[in-house]
Write a protein that binds this ligand. Structure first.
Ligand code: IPM
Ligand code: MG
Length: 356
């Protein structure tokens, strides 16, 4: 098959980790008889420097007219003080919205080879951690009205959190379908004891639960979820939640594994077009040093093969190649352990390619 991939390398370590994922995709192409065509588009700080905006209109068009998008990371201290309308993060939110990427899948898996890296005690993580956060990505407080105005002689700032039934229902369906294909358990996370948007969220989820009787469903309040993730993460299979709760909980969950550099993500729409990126940031402090961990990006490319290109065998091959690299004792600096062999970012990419 021939596939068009838009590549958004971004800032910081973005370019180096994306290069490794491309190496792996090319190896997959060679082995399984596919051709991947790449078009690079500037995004984030590098685009602000070159074009004065975090993504150009032409760049956005390229993202819309391809089979899928691969992203590194955006942002860095250099652009912390630019005007809010052109912040690097703005481009990311715009791509999510324009491509209608409403379903963000963030798997958190404890790699048994790295179990020691978890900050949790062995008796807590011993049963393994394998959960999936389904985060709503194009609604809620991220996209509500936002304004600051002077009232009674002081500034008052407002960010509105809005959800409509259809937005909740479509993310709910993704979550129930996904739970059905995994462990059959779904927890819906909200703050229905306080927020109207959460009460509507819960009502729509309950209606869906009637349709998906084979999925074991529960409601959990977001504060309690934050606690349960530390207390007993193994109780969770799939979690579904609104945009900002998902942002926060997915950072928390990824840390449970002790290796945020390993975690991929997929942002999906109702077509096969999706965007794939590691969940970590641009790590400007180690940019250009060839010591970043490319595995989160490589596993994101595997998700691209699985979800956008319907190539499950190819995705399995990439995941197995990553696991073998860990079994063989190769570690980047962030996951280095005694007795293992420390490798650079580009070396890890090559080792994974050779395993395919
Ligand atoms: C994420 C990030 C983004 C978000 C930022 C960079 C806007 O934290 O993808 O989780 O908040 O969604
Ligand atoms: Mg985040």
């Amino acid at each position: 098959m021939d596939k068009k991939i838009t590549v958004l390398k971004g800032d910081g370590i973005g370019p180096e980790i994306v290069d490794e994922a491309i190496k792996v995709l090319n190896r997959v192409g060679e082995k399984f008889g596919h051709t991947f065509h790449y078009t690079e588009v500037d995004i984030g700080g590098c685009s602000i420097d070159k074009h004065g905006v975090p993504i150009t209109d032409a760049g956005m068009e390229t993202c819309k007219n391809c089979d899928s998008v691969l992203l590194g990371a955006v942002g860095g201290p250099k652009w912390d003080n630019v005007a809010p309308e052109i912040r690097p993060e703005k481009a990311l939110l715009a791509v999510r919205k324009e491509l209608n990427l409403f379903a963000n899948l963030r798997p958190t898996k404890l790699f048994l080879q790295l179990a020691d890296a978890s900050p949790l005690k062995p008796e807590i993580v011993g049963g393994g951690i394998d959960l999936l956060i389904v985060r709503e990505l194009t609604g809620g407080v991220y996209f509500g009205n936002r304004y600051t105005k002077e009232t009674n002689g002081e500034l008052v700032a407002t960010d509105e959190m809005t959800y409509s039934e259809h937005e909740i229902e479509r993310i709910g369906r993704v979550a129930f379908e996904t739970a059905r294909k995994r462990g059959g358990k779904l927890a819906s996370v909200d703050k229905a004891n306080v927020l109207d948007s959460s009460r509507l969220w819960r009502k729509v989820m309950h209606k869906l639960a009637e349709e998906y009787k084979d999925v074991s469903y529960s409601d959990v309040l977001v504060d309690n979820t934050a606690m349960q993730l530390i207390k007993n993460p193994a109780q969770f299979d799939v979690l579904v939640t609104e945009n900002m709760f998902g942002d926060i909980l997915s950072d928390e969950a990824s840390m449970l594994t002790g290796s945020i550099g390993m975690m991929p993500s997929a942002s999906l729409s109702d077509t096969s077009l999706g965007m794939y990126e590691p969940i970590h940031g641009s790590a400007p402090d180690i940019a250009g040093m060839d010591i970043a961990n490319p595995i989160g990006t490589i596993l994101s490319a595997a998700m691209m093969l699985r979800y956008s290109f319907d190539m499950p065998k190819e995705a399995d091959a990439v995941e197995a190649a990553v696991s073998k690299a860990l079994d063989d004792g190769y570690r980047t600096a962030d996951i280095m352990q005694d007795g293992m062999q420390k490798v650079k970012c580009s070396e890890m990419g090559s080792i994974i390619c050779n395993n395919i």
